[in-house]
Ligand binder design. Sequence first.
Ligand code: NAD
Ligand code: SER
Length: 326
Amino acid sequence: MSEISRILVIGALGQIGSELTPALRQRYGADNVVAADIREAKGTPLAEDGPYEICDVTDRTRIDRLITGYKIDCIANMAALLSAVGEKVPQKCWEVNINGLVNTLEAAREHELKQVFCPSSIAVFGPNTPRDSTPQETVLEPTTMYGVTKVSGELLCHYYHLRFGVDARGLRYPGIISSETLPGGGTTDYAVEIFYKAIEDGHYDCFVREDTMLPMMYMPDCIKATMDLLAAPREKLMHRSNYNVAAISFTAGELAAEITKHLPEFTIDYKPDERQAYADSWPRTIDDRIAREEWGWTPAYDLAAMTKDMLEVLTKRQAAGALYAG
Ligand code: NAD
Ligand code: SER
């Protein structure tokens, strides 16, 4: 089958979608990548630099119209409620994450799309999973509704591939760290907030313990992993919808210490809240050998390089009076 050429990104205004969409536009052409979200985007680069449409992922008719109208052959479904928000409204989390995914997969089946991309997460794992060097194939018994939707999502993608031949691909993203769009309400948000607060206030009240270690990834690596998986030849993919991908694992304390190398006055207090329990149920480190073997995954950023880059970008933005402008 030929390569994808016209992509619909649903959830394009989110932390990852807002950086994935420009990368896709650069590779596939601005007019060939339709950004869509449930929210208005007037005046934002996403709406200015290419097509932008309002789309609720739970509205199947709307998705069908966009596919037909723009001759779409691939959907990247980035719309979701993340772990912390999802735990506050678990029924809504299921509705958006699962009914939305079923709409995407059904649309792909009926319109014979070439590909669907739907991210999974380290939240598929739970307290009964080995937490160090967590394998690709292991116990998936999450304790959050978000995690339940991600396990179900992986299985749905797998089923649609086996039963209907839909080429549904996905990665188990770790916590994503970025400087353009603030995260949307997950457990790993502390690893982003800490940079903004370090620059803004010189202090951060961290909502997980100092010794909390989670797998993380800097956005350039997240975009690279996503683009590489989208472009990987079909026949190379044995796992397809649930690849472990690892980059950096560090404790909250180690992250604070790295920031202190650049901002010696920075201070941090640890005030764990309900998100601590979600973090404690997830892996510390991930074994991503399968992704490396099947489609050549390899990350570029370590803790030092990521921290330096985040601080440089945010310091420049603060000097321009627009720390939160991204
Ligand atoms: P986000 O919360 O930043 O963005 C989600 C976007 O979806 C938002 O722009 C929101 O407006 C939109 N949305 C919500 N409900 C919608 C609906 N009904 N219809 C259409 N759009 C809707 O999330 P993100 O961090 O960009 O995550 C993208 C994907 O990656 C999700 O599947 C998420 O589970 C996964 N993921 C993210 C991380 C991370 O650290 N950011 C880690 C693991 C997995
Ligand atoms: N960053 C996400 C969250 O914390 C992990 O999927 O919810």
